[in-house]
Design a protein around this ligand. Structure first.
Ligand code: 7RM
Length: 648
């Protein structure tokens, strides 16, 4: 863990107390909530759960047989009902739910009633295709309203969605479909990104060739004549054709609190990605409350989370949390630098966005582009900002505060994971005094701690592993089809505690400072990619004998991907092959996983038991002196590699 880095952070003496407006009228402004929740966590969550709409109330709040949790047992509810029907019954029915902008500049505004109607219709379409409660539906789309509509349609009938980020390759898509044995795939004829067209349908066709569980493919028309998509008779259907005669009403399924809501794949240390399983009541409660309290969502807010729905942030802060709160949201299809680098600020001004949420990697990119782009627009509608996905450095925090927030928007640096469902270490704008680059303190009712190797709590001022010591409603329930992996990954390192995989330190005031992953998972622009996945993709190439991949500090991305490969004997180590290998990884996993740097190594440094010593590769890449090499099978290997690296 980078211990020296945190010392610098902790010298960060600037503090930002909550502004008066938030202190007075923030959705959460009672500092007594923490004590109350700690005394009786179940009572606390049960009280909050009354804000949801239940078809039948629960009989029991929690059954905890560590690590197996069940919340709100016996309760019946429906997520789309909570996000749509309950607003449609009020004056919110004609309120804008989604203000959408396509990358080429086209616009669509959907009211709550519009979304509700489309969701009902698509729910009926899915039923017509044979989708039943519990069946899995894979969604592979760009940022178009149909993605959100399809997700709500799934939960309306009790089907489980599995969203696959539109930037993933055909092979990644196929792996995820197969793991979930999805019956239906919803995709598009293409999507716009930086002026070019993402061939969604072509990738989908390729994926479905090796995904026999798929019976039907529904295709959203987005790019029309610009697409080269072809339709396969009997299997493929146009979204708009199926929707044309779909009935307008679909009775929402009365779901059990613990019925599965969705699964979302995330990278782990080893092997294939894990399907993280979330359930109905707990997830809905967590995301409703976190959006209400952390982002202070009010009736007249215009919220914009600039994440992709393909990641958990988009699930929690676009599709579910804001809609459960009934706010108006902005949704954008494309790239932030299209047609120019002021696109996002132009949109903030145009739609009067009041709350803006993005990732540190984006903020660092904006910093690099220069202040003239935000300065060209009136951003005075903004009142609150968010950051998520990786540690934000103090420079980026201050830049965001000054150039986007104009010094009057509190910044919510929210720590959480696909697995946790919503922010668990986070400020609240009406309560928390902010320190730049600290995610501050745990959510009420959540017990977070920092422990040493033995699992003992580390006193304030010290660092170690971040753990959670008590169940919370929106926690993952298991790994899809792999309960052993759930136990092994999260609950075995420290028995009785949830191991997050992150290092952290706490200062004397009890503020948490996140230090990044302690396992072999990289955080590239806020996306989790395991070193294993990239290594497997490289080794898959016929020229590669072996590969070792590490994350390396990167100014913009947080971490960049650095690969070391040894080649099959007889293959020449040419610059053309470097490009080919990088492209190969992009094809196998997706462009996000393309190595930034790739070096040839005659051999890779290994322990006697054959484990690649990534730590040494990291030292080489960081230009550090080599640490202990005594466990190496052949110490000269790494010395040679270091020499070679420094020459390049
Ligand atoms: C929401 C999300 C989870 C990993 C997590 C951390 C890192 C996320 C922060 C952060 C420092 C933050 N889900 N992380 N937020 N690190 N400060 N505010 O990103 O499953 O994709 O990734 O991201 O390492 O374990 S995720």
């Amino acid at each position: 863990m980078a211990d020296d880095a945190i010392e610098v952070l902790l010298e960060e003496g600037r503090t930002f107390p909550p502004p008066d407006e938030f202190k007075q009228s923030g959705n959460l402004n009672d500092p007594g909530v923490w004590e109350k929740a700690d005394k009786d966590p179940e009572g606390f969550w049960a009280e909050q759960a009354q804000q949801l709409d239940w078809f039948k109330p629960w009989d029991k709040v929690l059954e905890w047989d560590c690590p197996w949790a069940k919340w709100f047992i016996g309760g019946k509810l429906n997520v789309s009902y909570n996000c749509l029907d309950r607003h449609v019954k009020t004056a919110r029915k004609n309120k804008a739910a989604i203000i959408w902008e396509g990358e080429p500049g086209d616009e669509r505004v959907l009211t709550y009633r519009d979304v509700w109607r489309e969701v009902n219709k698509f729910a009926n379409v899915l039923k017509g295709l044979g989708v039943q409660k519990g069946d899995r539906v894979a969604l592979y789309l760009g940022m178009v309203p149909e993605l959100l509509i399809a997700m709500h349609a799934c939960n309306r009938i009790g089907a489980v969605h599995s969203v696959v980020f539109g930037g993933f390759s055909a092979e990644s898509l196929s792996d995820r479909i197969n793991d979930a044995s999805a019956k239906v795939l919803v995709t598009g004829d293409g999507g716009y990104r930086r002026g070019t067209i993402i061939p969604l349908k072509k990738n989908a066709d390729e994926a479905v060739e090796s995904s026999p569980s798929i019976e039907h493919v529904v295709v959203v028309r987005r790019v029309g004549s610009e697409s080269d998509a072809t339709m396969k008779e009997g299997r493929d259907h146009w979204w708009h054709e199926l929707m044309a005669d779909a009935p307008l009403w679909c009775e929402p399924e009365q779901m059990d609190s613990e019925d599965m809501l969705f699964s979302l794949y995330t990278s782990g240390t080893t092997g294939k990605p894990k399907g993280i399983v979330h359930t109905t009541a707990g997830y809905l409660l967590g995301v409703y409350l976190a959006n209400k309290w952390v982002f202070d969502m009010k009736e007249d807010d215009v919220f914009w989370c600039a994440a992709d729905i393909g990641w958990v942030t988009g699930h929690t802060h676009i599709v579910y949390g804001p809609m459960a709160n009934g706010v108006t949201q902005v949704m954008y299809e494309g790239s932030p630098d299209w047609p120019d680098k002021d696109r996002l600020w132009r949109m903030v001004e145009k739609y009067g966005v009041t709350i803006f949420h993005t990732a540190p990697t984006a903020i660092r990119t904006f910093m690099r582009w220069g202040t003239e782009f935000p300065a060209a627009h009136d951003l005075s509608s903004l009142r609150l900002l968010g950051s998520v996905g990786e540690p934000i450095n103090p420079e980026a925090w201050m830049w965001y505060h000054e150039h986007i927030g104009h010094q009057n928007c509190p910044i919510m640096d929210t720590w959480w994971q696909t697995e946790t469902g919503h922010p668990l270490i986070t400020p609240f704008p009406g309560i928390t005094t902010l320190k730049p680059a600290s995610a501050t303190k745990p959510f009420p009712g959540v017990e977070a701690d920092i422990v040493d190797e033995q699992g003992n709590s580390v006193p304030l001022g010290g660092g170690g592993y971040l753990v959670l010591k008590r169940p919370w409603p929106a926690m993952l329930r298991t790994v899809f089809n792999d309960p052993d992996r759930y136990v092994e990954t999260y609950w075995s390192r420290f028995p009785g505690m949830y191991f997050a995989g992150d290092g952290a330190k706490r200062d004397k005031d009890g503020y948490f400072w996140l230090l990044g992953r302690v396992d072999d998972v990289m955080n590239v622009s806020g996306h989790r990619i395991s070193t294993m996945e990239v290594e497997s993709a490289l080794v898959d190439h016929q020229a590669v004998a072996e590969a070792a991949v590490i994350g390396k500090q990167h100014e913009v991305k947080g971490q960049g991907i650095c690969a070391f490969v040894s080649l099959i004997t007889g293959v020449d180590n040419t610059p053309e092959l470097v490009d080919e290998l990088r492209a190969h990884v992009a094809k196998k996993i997706g462009a996000i996983a393309r190595p930034d740097e790739l070096y040839y190594a005659a051999e890779l440094p290994k322990t006697r038991s054959g484990k690649i010593m990534r730590r040494l590769l990291r030292d080489i890449a960081d230009g550090k002196a080599l640490g202990d090499t005594t466990t190496l099978a052949d110490p000269t290997v790494v010395a040679k590699l270091k020499e070679q690296y420094e020459d390049e």
